[in-house]
Design a protein around this ligand. Sequence first.
Ligand code: GLA
Length: 387
Amino acid sequence: MDTKIFTEKFFEKYGNRSDKPVLFFSPGRVNLIGEHTDYNGGFVFPCALNYGTYLLIRNVKDNTLKFSTINFNDDSVTELKGLFLNTGKKWINYPLGVINEFIKKGIKLSGLELLYYGDVPNGAGLSSSASIEMVTAVALNEFFNAGFNTLDLVKMSQKAENEFVGMNCGIMDQFAVGFGKKDHAIFLNCDTLFYENVPLVLTDCSLIITNTNKRRGLTDSKYNERRSECDKAVELLKLFKPIRNLSELNNGEINILEKYIKDPVIRKRAKHVISENGRVIEAVNVLKDNNIIRFGELMNQSHDSLKDDYEVTGTELDTLVYEGRKLPGVIGTRMTGAGFGGCTISIVRKADSANFMTTLSSTYHKKTGLMPDFYQPEIGNGAGRIE
Ligand code: GLA
């Protein structure tokens, strides 16, 4: 991201070169393991990327909010006069939802000019939405001296997405994007919000993100369907013990599922969540012991469970994962994020990375007709002011 060019675009759009805007950045995230566990009070292990959303922002004297982005031709001007309603324009809903949370908390806002630029692919399971929300939240917090801490901003951003945008996500994405730490992954208990930054040392291996480039259609409705399936499982399992969420059961209790949950689909959903929590705990432990091989095996098991028990993968993700696993130097590979398309995350030996990308690209294209994109991310810090 060239700051000079970005700032120049800001002046072309809004004029008044004597008043310099302030630059903020919020990363996207990739989840290494622990999928569809966050809204079940479970464990996740994501990290913040060096890709994300940049925001240039400046105060103006009137009461207007002017939104623009380099990514699409879709500007918007709106007046500050109370709570906003969903505009139907997707990307502007993310900042507007966050702005509403500030208004609801009694923060007095005034006019702003905002220019966004994102280099994380949209809707690809790398939290482009949480990234726009959090960059807006940290900027407003500073501009209006609102005094919220990072956890407040994370919760406000999640609320914006749940209530304003209408996607009933858990807390993982906003948390990872807010609390990311360079070269560390975040081991988060989504029930207590207790977390630990774990150094991500991959020695002679690297992380490769592969985008299926499949358009995700029904993700939100399928996602909400999985959530209600988990709720059903919790209700049924209350006859076994008084639980609030599926993560209160452990691997040793998977064998009781058959007795309490007669519907095989609901049973499989519960099994995924419980087994995935076990995999996250083990994955964090083996990473601390530098056992990357076992970490990779757990990533593979996670994908298999998301495919067979949680049923959120699909042909494109499965093709990348199962073809990828046949290639030399692949330590582990799985889908990341909500699923149904989006991206995979793989750990691949550095010496084999180039071959992994060229071979997988051609196999994937032959089998699906689509071309994948590859990213070799660095692990970065959470959202904040850059300059
Ligand atoms: C999406 C949601 C997260 C989480 C993942 C699945 O990214 O936003 O809250 O549920 O899916 O792990």
